[in-house]
Each structure stands twice: as C-alpha cells, then as structure tokens.
Design a protein around this ligand. Structure first.
Ligand code: HEM
Length: 395
C-alpha cells in the first residue's frame, strides 16, 4: 500500500461517514492539498513546546482526579474509572487546544460533544437514524449547531485578540495554528475549517487515549508482579521530583516500564482495531486484484495478534517493548498509530499524557476490581472501550 499510497483515500463514504459532522474536512478525513497544508500547519503547532505544556496540563488533570479518588479511598465505594479517564483526556485536549478550564470543559463536553458522539456512533450501526426525523434527530442537529457556534465564537474571539495585539501569554494549539493565518485570508472559510480541525482533535485525541489508559490499568491491576514493577519505577522517577515542580520530558523518558505497559495494551487491545481505505483506481495488493472502488480494511489487531510476530499474543507482557526488543520486527508489526504520511499526529502527545497519568495514579492509589463485568470489551464501538465501564474500589 505504501508503494501506491496515492491510490488509497480515506473511506469517507462508509466508515467515517457517520462522523462527518464532527470531522468534516479536518485532518483525519481531508485529502490532497487541503490535507497537506493543514498537516503542515498543525504539525508545527504540535512541536516540542506544546509537549512541555502537556506535562503541566496532564499533571493538573491527574491531580484533580486524585482529589476525587481520595474522597472514596478506603470506603469500598466503586468508581467507574473508564468514564473518569474519558473526562480527564477531554479536559487535557480541550485545555491544550483551546485553553478551556476544566469547568468549561466539563460543561460543554458532556452536555454537547459527548451526546453528539454517541449519536454518531449509533448511526454507524443504524444508518437509518440519519434520515428519520425523530426527537433525537432534532436534538442532535441542535447540539451540532450549538457546538459549532461555541467553537467558532472561540476562534473569532481569539483572532480578534491576536489582531489587536493581545496575544495569549501561554499560546495554546489554536493560537499556534492561527499564527500561520494571514490577515487577508481570515474569513468564514478559515473559521469553518478551524472548527472542523478542533472537533477532529477532540475526537481523535480523547477516547483513544482514555481507552489506552483504562486497559493498561486493568491489566496491571490483574497482574501483581507487573504492577509492582510499574509502581517501583513510578516511585523512582517521580519520587525525585520535588513537590511544586513538574517532571521534565527527560525525566519522564525514564518511565520505560510504564510506557511499555501502555504500548503493550495498545498491541493487545488495539484500541483502533482497523483502518479502512477506498481504492480510487484498479491495483494489485499482495497478489490480490483490487478493483477501483474497493474498500480495503487493514486489520491492525490482526497484525498485533500474529503469533509469528508476537509469541503468546493474547498475554499482556510489557517486557516485549523494553530495551528495543522488538526493533527487528520492523515498522509494520506494530501499528497502533499506523505508519506513513497519514500516521497519527498525536501519538507523542498521547503517550506523554498517559505516562504522567498512569505513573501518578498507580504510585498513589491501589485499585481493586469491583465488578465481575470488568474486562469485557465493547463489541460495537471504536475505539475499543470496556463494555460496561470499569469499576474499581480505591485504597
Ligand atoms: C492512544 C491514542 C491514540 C491512538 C491509538 C491513535 C490512533 C490513530 C490512528 C490509527 C490514526 C490513523 C487513522 C486513519 O488513517 O484512518 C490516527 C490519526 C490521527 N490521530 Fe491519532 N491516535 C491516538 C491519539 C491521538 C491524539 C491524542 C491526537 C491529537 C492530539 C490524535 C490526532 C490524530 C490526527 C490529527 C490524525 C490524522 C492524521 C492525518 O490523517 O494526517 N491522535 N490516530
């Protein structure tokens, strides 16, 4: 596929179709020149400095979650941690892109954004919902309009500030992207495009990271010895950070075992299990004729569970990722973020955020499974998340 990449475009007719109100012509679904320009613009906004901000943003978010968990510590009151991770990753991405406060994020996201996502997910499996004028249909349309208005107002306000010389002291991703827009180019088209980009980032950047965090926590909770290794490492690395100071990226780079556990959960659970493409002309792939118009489904999970590449593939073994052990497998044996020019733009951000959250939580709390339903996978939604949440008591 990499040899004839131009022949395969994103599958906006089918797999991404129910999500187009969110994704529109944003980075995940755009093609050609629009994609190239936007990728360039956004990847420069995601450079090193914003990653340093992510450490601060993720630390604040995990401190807030810790306060919440502190209130139920030792009380035998189960907490649904998958949902907590979803809210946390939303807060992190909303602050990183838009400087939203956690209160703003908790108001807008669960009331507008999450119900929109739920309806989009339902339309993936029940496509007729898009055409039936039910009360939910009208509620959905209203929410989409309100979310668009909210985001466009934020963009407009920010642009006004920029052009009147009142730049944000601590620029977020929106500031950085707007910095590359010429005054004469700014208008309704740019606002619409930015709105799609922001919604794309919210979508791409929160559920995947939350799913990685919850599966990693679940596997570690089930494996005392591996949890002990992860906690010992978290204590060693974060224990050196004096209260009031943030860990640096170099210090966080020593969380090898924690990061290996996160990577292993991305292999085992393959939170994005497939990606799909549409062939725009006839081709031959691996000796197989691919007629124009064919939907090609690439099974990332299939690759991640191949026994010849990953012995004992259904077992959770973070050790596989330690000391570059799997380097000889090459670029195409491990694909949670895919490979090539359309690879995930948020992968470093995701792994940085997640290691801060995981290491902070496991050194402070002991989680115990509180439901026999824990561990079951949702079978009808991507990214792969728990079927009935993930309930833990906290000690
Ligand atoms: C564990 C977390 C994550 C996983 C497993 C993941 C996985 C993926 C995958 C598989 C794709 C390719 C989709 C396709 O080609 O159809 C992708 C694309 C993308 N991801 Fe992620 N992602 C994660 C986190 C993030 C975060 C945190 C952000 C934003 C901050 C993000 C932003 C994007 C964007 C913008 C693209 C589209 C890139 C392009 O087409 O040029 N992702 N991601």
């Amino acid at each position: 596929m990499q040899v004839n990449l131009k022949n395969y475009k994103k599958d906006t007719e089918f797999s991404y179709e129910p999500f187009l109100e969110i994704l529109g012509t944003g980075l995940v679904t755009s093609e050609g020149e629009t994609w190239r320009e936007q990728r360039q613009r956004i990847s420069s906004a995601l450079r090193v400095e914003i990653l340093d901000d992510i450490i601060a943003i993720a630390t604040r978010a995990v401190d807030r979650l810790s306060e919440k968990l502190e209130r139920v510590r030792g009380k035998n009151e189960p907490v649904e941690l998958a949902e907590e991770f979803r809210l946390l990753t939303l807060q992190v991405i909303a602050e990183a892109i838009l400087s939203l406060t956690p209160e703003q994020s908790d108001e807008v996201m669960p009331n507008l954004y999450l119900p929109i996502m739920e309806e989009c997910n339902r339309r993936s499996l029940e496509p007729w919902r898009k055409y039936l004028p039910t009360p939910e249909w009208f509620a959905h349309r209203k929410r989409v309009a309100m979310l668009n208005e909210y985001i466009v107002n934020l963009i407009r306000g920010r642009w006004k500030k920029r052009t009147s010389g009142e730049a944000n002291e601590n620029p977020d991703i929106l500031d950085r992207v707007l910095a590359s827009v010429e005054v004469e180019d700014y208008g309704a088209d740019i606002e619409e495009q930015m709105c799609y980009e922001i919604k794309t980032f919210l979508l791409a950047g929160h559920e995947t990271s939350a799913a990685m965090l919850i599966w990693t926590t679940w596997e570690l909770v089930n494996n005392e010895e591996k949890m002990a290794k992860a906690v010992a490492e978290a204590n060693k690395v974060l224990g050196k950070v004096k209260p009031g100071r943030l860990p640096t990226r170099d210090e966080l780079a020593h969380l090898d075992y924690n990061v290996s556990a996160l990577k292993e959960s991305l292999r085992l659970y393959s939170v994005v299990p497939v990606v799909t493409r549409r062939a725009i002309a006839d081709d031959v792939l691996g000796g197989c004729r691919i007629p124009k118009g064919t939907t090609v489904i690439i099974s990332l999970q299939g690759v991640h569970h191949r026994e010849d590449l990953w012995p004992n593939p259904l077992s959770f073994e973070p050790e596989r990722f330690l000391d570059g052990k799997n380097d000889e497998l090459g670029n195409y044996a491990y694909l949670p973020f895919i490979q090539g020019p359309r690879n995930c733009l948020g992968q470093y951000l995701a792994l940085l955020e997640a290691r801060v959250v995981l290491a902070t939580l496991i050194r402070r709390f002991k989680f115990k499974s509180a439901s026999t339903k824990n561990g079951a996978k949702h079978t009808k939604a991507i990214p792969i998340a728990p079927a009935d949440g993930m309930w833990f008591t906290v000690e």
